[in-house]
Design a protein around this ligand. Structure first.
Ligand SMILES: C[S@@+](CC[C@H](N)C(=O)[O-])C[C@H]1O[C@@H](n2cnc3c(N)ncnc32)[C@H](O)[C@@H]1O
Length: 220
């Protein structure tokens, strides 16, 4: 198993996350889980409330990944759950020679991907990645895998492990105490698998996942 490491620490955080999202209903969750217009560019209660590119989001984080994993222009990098490809766009600016790819379950996100990376992204499920074994030096998946049910999460971690020939980093919603658990359960819109960090480690081991990981919750 890899290490728990907060490689998302430089990603900008809203000041007051818990008051920013209105009370969420089951109907809101159902709409959000379609991952179409409503989730990305519709009302805030169904997701991002407008999902556009801004360099302040990923530039520092991409620098951190590049340094941490020793990435170069010869590296190949896959983003699982790439959305509209904004992290990949900043990788393409930081490492113009790198081989980049992204997958996302959302036809809407892929059809509205940033034009600079539109050729690099495709629709695919994290639990069935359309790449041969050992294809990438680094596979990244941020806040995506928990959207599958538990069996799907096991498959997704196994797939990430399969297509990586070097490193992997996965961030999922997870808690370490009851305060984090309660906040996460109130906040969560789309996740189908919500576990404590210890239970995620059990699941990762079951999948044979050997990469790095981090846990997100509204307090992190
Ligand atoms: C919270 S967003 C994160 C997007 C991006 N990784 C980021 O950090 O900005 C979750 C993403 O996971 C995608 N997603 C949900 N279920 C998925 C699945 N089974 N396979 C691949 N992508 C999925 C959604 O369409 C959405 O783009």
């Amino acid at each position: 198993m890899g290490a728990e490491i907060d490689l998302m620490r430089l990603y900008p955080k809203p000041k007051n996350r818990m008051t920013e999202r209105p009370e969420i209903t089951d109907e809101d969750r159902e709409i959000s889980r379609r991952f179409d217009f409503d989730y990305f560019d519709g009302d805030r209660r169904h997701g991002y409330g407008g999902f556009g590119y801004h360099p302040r989001f990923w530039t520092d984080t991409v620098d951190l990944f590049t340094t941490h994993y020793g990435l170069t222009n010869d590296s190949s990098i896959l983003d699982v759950g790439c959305g509209k490809g904004f992290m990949l766009k900043d990788f393409s600016l930081r490492l113009p020679g790198a081989t980049l790819a992204g997958v996302d379950i959302s036809r809407y996100a892929i059809d509205h991907a940033d034009p600079d990376v539109a050729d690099l992204v495709q629709v695919a499920d994290a639990s069935d990645l359309p790449f041969p074994a050992d294809s990438f030096d680094l596979v990244i998946s941020i806040n995506t895998v928990h959207n599958l049910d538990r069996a799907g999460c096991v498959r997704a971690f196994a797939e990430i492990q399969r297509v990586s020939r070097g490193s992997a980093f996965v961030m999922v919603d997870g808690w370490k105490n009851t305060e984090e658990q309660e906040l996460l359960q109130r906040w969560v819109l789309t996740a189908r698998t919500m576990l404590s960090s210890d239970d995620w480690l059990v699941l990762m081991a079951e999948a044979g996942y050997e990469g790095d990981y981090a846990f997100w919750n509204p307090l992190s």
